[in-house]
Ligand binder design. Structure first.
Ligand code: SAH
Length: 387
């Protein structure tokens, strides 16, 4: 393989927020960057008939094929060049790690400029969830999150985001993912759910993230034809972007990474809280529910003796209940300790008490399972390093 440059990122100091990604070269354009009209124009600009765009889209979004040899419906003359121009390889597999008897697969990808990102595929009975990255690194600097410690390398393009899902779909199609009981033996086996819970703050890469959502929900062959309800956008709470997302008219599920119900602690755990407070973030989440009708998830990584106190469960329960009923549920996540972290997960009894307190306030609460923690593939552990 050719030697690619290793991107260097300055590590952020505690509390530092980074919104603008350092300037870097742009990845080559790809069919998945464009909507249907854009694809037609791009193909025509290459000197081909516009309808070739639809054929290429069918190969990519329906058959997950990007090898010109398999595209026998395209004329042999100029085929390789057309495919190279419209479907360049953006994600080069570096490593693939299995857990849960092969039902969880973490993939590490190298991008054109050497940046590394990760995605995780999780097969459950009756559904397949992919956790994807929207940025290389992240600028939000949450101290308990592995990616946050890396700083922001750059935003991913639409096609780099979508390509992770297409790669997962291809693996499933090829039978490369274990699992499959009676329920999940549906044909064709597909990626049913996507969560923007990999590396990066997708709402800080807003345009590309929205375009990616379009590609995921657009009916084939324009896109993957997924249900918007099966997509989850997770955010630290960028309030204006949450409102913008609500107005897009695509009813994806919103997950708000709260992790503390009080500003004093949240300022430390989720530094964006110094811009938009707990109450402002919760109000935005509630507006999202009102506009879309979609029940919001609150994410809460339970950290021993940090945010797992009974009074914090009560305060969270009160703040959620004060805004209404049936609009929200809470997903406590046992902290996945990151290397060098001084924090650990809450004790099981404390975790249970936290859940019960929330439920006593009428708030549906379910502990998030932590698939893939042994391959550093669980929540907050994604931190691709070149080491
Ligand atoms: N930027 C988005 C996506 C981040 S990852 C966001 O912040 O929501 C998805 C979830 O995993 C977030 O709730 C994040 O706070 C949480 N998370 C990060 N590090 C974690 C860790 N070490 N253990 C458990 N959850 C973690």
């Amino acid at each position: 393989m050719t030697d690619l440059p290793t991107p260097s990122t300055k590590k952020p100091v505690p509390g530092q927020l980074t919104f603008a990604a350092p300037r870097r070269g742009k990845p080559p354009q790809h069919l998945a960057d464009f909507d249907e009209a854009g694809r037609k124009a791009a193909v025509e600009a290459l000197g081909h008939k516009g309808f070739r765009a639809k054929q290429l889209s069918t190969h990519y979004f329906e058959h997950f094929v990007d090898d010109p040899a398999q595209m026998t419906d395209l004329p042999a003359a100029g085929r390789a060049e057309l495919v190279e121009a419209m479907l360049p390889q953006l994600l080069t597999p570096v490593r693939s790690l299995n857990a849960d008897d092969g039902r969880t697969v973490k993939q590490v990808w190298r991008l054109f400029d050497g940046a590394l990102v990760e995605s995780v595929l999780m097969r459950y009975p009756g559904r397949v969830t992919m956790c994807i990255s929207s940025q290389a690194g992240c600028g939000m600097n949450c101290p308990f999150c592995a990616t946050g410690q890396e700083g922001l390398t750059r935003n991913l393009t639409t096609a780099e985001i979508v390509g992770q899902v297409v790669a997962g779909a291809r693996m499933l199609r090829e039978g490369a993912v274990a699992g499959g009981d009676d329920e999940s033996r549906e044909t064709p086996l597909r990626v049913s759910n996507v969560v923007f819970m990999g590396m990066g703050e997708a709402l800080a890469n807003y345009r590309q993230a929205i375009n990616a959502i379009h590609r995921l929900v657009d009916p084939a062959p324009a896109g993957l034809g997924m249900s918007a309800r099966h997509l989850t956008m997770s955010t630290v709470g960028l309030v204006p972007a949450i409102d913008k997302l609500a107005a897009e008219g695509i009813p994806v599920t919103l997950a708000l990474s709260l992790h503390a119900p009080d500003d004093e602690l949240r300022n430390e755990l989720v530094p964006i809280n110094t811009r938009w407070t707990v109450d402002e973030a919760l109000d935005a989440a509630y507006r999202y529910y009102e506009t879309t009708g979609r029940r919001v998830s609150i994410e809460y990584a339970l950290i021993k003796d940090m945010n797992d106190h009974a009074w914090r469960a009560d305060l969270l329960g009160q703040k959620l209940r004060a805004r209404g009923k049936g609009w929200v549920h809470v997903n406590p996540i046992p902290l996945n300790p990151t290397p060098g972290s001084k924090w650990t997960a809450s004790r099981k009894g404390v975790e249970q008490q936290f859940v019960e307190r929330l439920r006593a306030h009428g708030i549906p609460t379910t502990i998030r399972d932590t698939r893939g923690s042994d391959i550093d593939g669980a929540c907050g552990q994604l931190a691709a390093s070149t080491a």
